[in-house]
Write a protein that binds this ligand. Structure first.
Ligand code: SAM
Ligand code: DTB
Ligand code: SF4
Length: 328
């Protein structure tokens, strides 16, 4: 067989690399599709059962009215998207949603807030949500914007397992997407989360008009973090009317699959999430993402504010593909 596996360093079970160069990541993107998929599957199988998929459910605990200007986001107050601004949800309503998520098969419950950063007075109510969701037997995840070291420590003490904070894109393209907070501030929050002992969920969005080189830069940056994020969400842009990216041309689905495969090879021990954008994706594309090493999805008819496939539809797809929920 003339399979180019001379350099297997990226998939050696005992080595997780943090020194990926852009040239190496670019070379992975440039591989012929069958080579890329084969290498992604090798990497996947060194660390995971390829038929097991981690299932998370999202809830927007504080929706809309966000002061940041993220060009993709329906919750920014800067754009007219029809999302109305709500206050922080009450604990009981959050717990009701968490119980429903657990009954539907989720093992992790992710609470998202449209904040630039939580205010000090927000931390106690969010800690109560985390503690009570955890008591239901779910893993907990939150995404609340920038955190100080002290806030990260308080969330951890309440039982927070994961914190989602995305780099979103390459350092060079970032300024075309967000002007109200810097890439460096994102890295600071990730460091605070890591230092507090909370697992990191960090990835990005593709299909925002970035170049392949930006996708290379995003994955090289993620893989170059001091520790790979335990969870790496790869989102396909959900094009929401009213946002500056509403008219963006759709990305070639095979380029999305490539991005998943490269993330899998560069961060082989991380859970890679086929994240937002599944509602507009064919089942065949989703199947290719699983073959490329994706091993997590959001389950439930809504992401934060936008639609996601119906649970029955997803159960049917998983059955057809022979996929089953990952055991915690
Ligand atoms: N406000 C917090 C923050 O930005 O860190 C937490 C919530 S924010 C909605 C979480 C993530 O959702 C963003 O970092 C972005 O990656 C993703 N996201 C938001 N809108 C999206 C869209 N239209 N398509 C794909 N992903 C999106
Ligand atoms: C992530 O990377 N994707 C999720 C989660 N982290 C918080 C959010 C997707 C949001 C899609 C747009 C919306 O529903 O508002
Ligand atoms: Fe606000 Fe987060 Fe949306 Fe940016 S992504 S506008 S920070 S809710």
């Amino acid at each position: 067989m003339s399979v180019a596996l001379a350099d297997e360093s990226s998939v050696r079970a005992d080595v997780l690399r943090h020194d990926w160069t852009r040239a190496e990541v670019r070379a992975l993107f440039d591989l012929a599709f069958p080579e890329l998929m084969f290498r992604a599957q090798l990497a996947h199988r060194r660390y995971f059962d390829p038929c097991a998929v981690q299932i998370s459910t999202l809830l927007s605990i504080k929706t809309g009215g966000c002061p940041e200007d993220c060009a993709y986001c329906p919750q920014s107050a800067a754009y007219e998207t029809g999302v109305k601004a709500d206050k922080l949800m009450a604990l009981d309503a959050v717990l009701e949603a968490a119980r429903a998520a657990k009954d539907a098969g989720a093992s992790r419950f992710c609470m998202g807030a449209a904040w630039r950063a939580p205010k000090e007075r927000d931390i106690d109510p969010v800690c109560a949500m985390i503690a009570e969701v955890k008591a239901l037997g779910l893993e907990t995840c939150a995404t609340l914007g920038m955190l100080t070291a002290g806030q990260a420590a308080r969330l951890r003490a309440a039982g927070l397992d994961y914190y989602n904070h995305n780099l979103d894109t390459s350092p060079e393209y970032y300024g075309s997407i967000i002007t109200t907070r810097t890439y460096a501030e994102r890295l600071d929050t990730l460091a605070h989360v890591r230092a507090a002992g909370v697992a990191v969920c960090c990835g990005g969005i593709v299909g925002m008009g970035e170049t392949r080189e930006d996708r290379v830069g995003m994955i090289a940056t993620l893989a170059g973090l001091p520790a790979h994020p335990e969870s790496v969400p790869i989102n396909m842009l959900v094009r929401v009317a009213g946002t500056p990216l509403a008219q963006e041309a759709p990305l070639d689905p095979l380029e999305f699959v490539r991005t998943v495969a490269v993330a899998r090879i560069a961060m082989p021990a991380s859970v890679v999430r086929l994240s937002a954008g599944r509602e507009d994706m064919s089942e065949e594309t989703q199947a290719l993402c699983f073959l490329a090493g994706a091993n997590s999805v959001f389950f439930g008819a809504r992401l934060l504010t936008t639609p996601n496939p119906q649970p029955d539809h997803d159960r049917h797809l998983m059955r057809r593909l022979g996929l089953r929920p990952m055991q915690q």
